[in-house]
Design a binder for this molecule. Sequence first.
Ligand SMILES: Nc1ncnc2c1ncn2[C@@H]1O[C@H](COP(=O)(O)OP(=O)(O)OP(=O)(O)O)[C@@H](O)[C@H]1O
Length: 615
Amino acid sequence: TPEPSAMWLGACAAARSPLAAAAAPPPALPGGSPLPRRLYGGAAMLRPLRRLSRPPRRAAATGPGRRLLLSTPIFYANGPPHIGHLYSALLADALHRHRRLRGAGPGRLSTGTDEHGLKIQQAAAAAGTSPPELCERVSSLFHQALTHAAVSFTDFTRTSEPRHQRAVRYFWGALRDGGALYKGSYEGWYCTPEECFLPESQLTEHRDAQGRPCKVSLETGHQVHWTKEENYMFRLSAFQDPLRKWLRDNPQAISPHPFYQRVLHWLEEDLPDLSVSRERSRLQWGIPVPSDSTQTIYVWVDALVNYLSVVGYPETHGEWWPAVHHVVGKDILKFHAVYWPALLMAAGLAPPERILVHSHWTVHGQKMSKSLGNVIDPFACIGQYTVDGFRYFLLRQGVPERDCDYYDEKVVKVVNSELADALGGLLNRSTALSINPSNTYPCFSESCFPKVLDYRETKGMGRASAEDYEFVASVASLPLQVANYFEGFQIYKALECIVLCVRQTNSFFQRHRPWKLNRKDPAEQLWLDTIIHVTLECLRVYGTLLQPVIPHTADRLLSRLAVEPEERGLSSLTFLARYNGKSCPFEGRQLGPDTGILFHRLEKSRQPQIETKKL
Ligand SMILES: Nc1ncnc2c1ncn2[C@@H]1O[C@H](COP(=O)(O)OP(=O)(O)OP(=O)(O)O)[C@@H](O)[C@H]1O
C-alpha cells in the first residue's frame, strides 16, 4: 500500500485547502445538456484530507553545481518518429550539452516512449499486430532516430516497463490517499487521437468520409465521439488557485512568455475535474487502476509519471525532483503546465522548475503529425543532410514562439551558406598551407594589435583598425551572449549571434588580405601571424560554442585547431589572452592533421522527403 502522501497544498495554501473544499459532494448537473458534463453518479472515493506537517521536499539545491533533469516529451508510440519529434529532442539535447559545456552540476537527459492507450490499441489493430509488438517496433525506431541524431540522452523510459508501472501505481495511491480522486460517471465528446475529452467550445461541425455530419476538434481537425462511462475523476478544479499562485510566484516557470500568459489565461477559465481512468472493457492496453480491475489509468497520467519514474520514484526521486526542466511542444502544454503540476501537488510533490515550450514544424501550413500522416522522416533527412547539417538547420530555423513551415530548399540554403561557406570557408582560408606553411597556431603581436582603452583612438598605434577592435569585442562577449540565449530558451538566437561573428571574422580576414603580405619582411610577418592568430582564436570560440548543436563538426574544427578535449569547456575559453597580456597556451602548437573540408556543401534534394519509415 502506498505511503500517505503529504499534501503540498497544505504548505502553499494553508488558509484555503482546495481539496477540503472539494470534499463536499459535487453538484448535480442538469441532465440532457449538450455540453460535456460530469454526472457525479458514482460513489465518492474521498478519504479524509491529510494535512501537511512538513514542507514539500525541495530536493535539489539551487545555484551553480546543482543537479538538473532535462526531459524531452515522451513520444507516443502509435507511429514512427518524424522531424517534429526530433526537434523537441534536439532542443533538450542542446540545453543538456550546453550545461555540460558550462561545467554545471550533474545532469540527466530523459526521453522515451509512451506506449499505452486507445490510439495504440487501434494502431496495432490497423497494422495487424498486437500492442506490445507495435510498441516494441516503434519504441526502437524512436531510440534509433534519437541515437542517429546524436541526442545524448542518459535515460530512455518505456511506459510498458515494470519499473515505470510500479511508479504509476504508487503515484495513483498517493493521489487516492491524498483525497484527490473520486469515482463518477462522465460523458462528453472524446477525441481518441488526442486521448482526451473536449468541451463544445473546442469543437466544430464537419462531415465525415461518408458525408455524414460529425464534430471535429477545432485545433487538430480530429473527429470526436460522444462517450459516456464510469471513471475516476481527479479534483483538478480544486487546484485552480494553487496553480495560479505557483505561476504568479514563478514567472520563469513557463517560457517563452506568450505560453506563460496562455496558461494563466486558461487558469482564469473554468477548470473542470479531469477524468483519469477509462473503463477496462474499452481500454485494455494500459495500467489497471490499483484495486479496481474494471478501470485503466488514463494514458496521460501514466505518461507524465515517466518524469518521476526515471529518477527512481518513489524511492530516490528526491535527489533530482523538482530540479526538472521539461521541453514540450505547445500541443501538450496544458498537460504539462496545468494537469501535471496539479497532479504533483496532489501527490505531495512540487511542480517542475521550468517548462520550455516550442511551436510546430508544419507542412504547407499544417502541423506535421503521425495521425495526419504528413510527416517527414528524420532518417531520410539525416541521410541527405548529415547529422550536424540537419541538427543545425532545425535548431537555427526553429523559433519556439512560432510555427515553421518545412521545405528542403531551406535546409540546403541555410546549411550551405552558414556551415559550409561561412564557417568551413573561414577555417579553410586561415589554415591553408599557402598562408600558414608552418601549419602552427601563430603568435600574436601586441605591437600590431596593442591594447587600447578606446578603440576610436587607435591612429598610429599598430595595424589593427577601429573596426577590428569592435569586432574582437563582439567575439569576446559572444560566450556570455550565447549562454544567456540558451538560458532563455532561444537557441536560434544564440546561433544567429555566432553566425554574425563568423561573418565578421571573414570580413576581418578579407579586409587585411593576408595573402598579399610579404612574409620576407619581418614586420609584415608579425602582422600576418597576428591576423591568423586572431582568426584561429575566433574559430576556437565558435567551435567551442557550437559543440551543443553540431558536435561532430565542432569536434573536427577544434581538433584541426589542436584544442585538446580538456580545453573545450567554457571555463577554458579565454579568448585572445595575449591581447590582455596573458600567455596563450595555443601559440606555436602544431595544428591538427585533418586538413579536409570542414563541411561539404549539400546537394539540392531530388526527391521530396515527405515519406516515412514503414512499420
Ligand atoms: N510537428 C511538430 N513540430 C514540433 N514538435 C512536434 C511536432 N509533432 C510532435 N511534436 C513533439 O513531439 C511530442 C509528441 O508528439 P506525438 O507523439 O503526440 O506526435 P504527433 O505526430 O503529434 O502524434 P499524433 O499525430 O498521433 O498526435 C509533441 O507533443 C511535441 O512536443
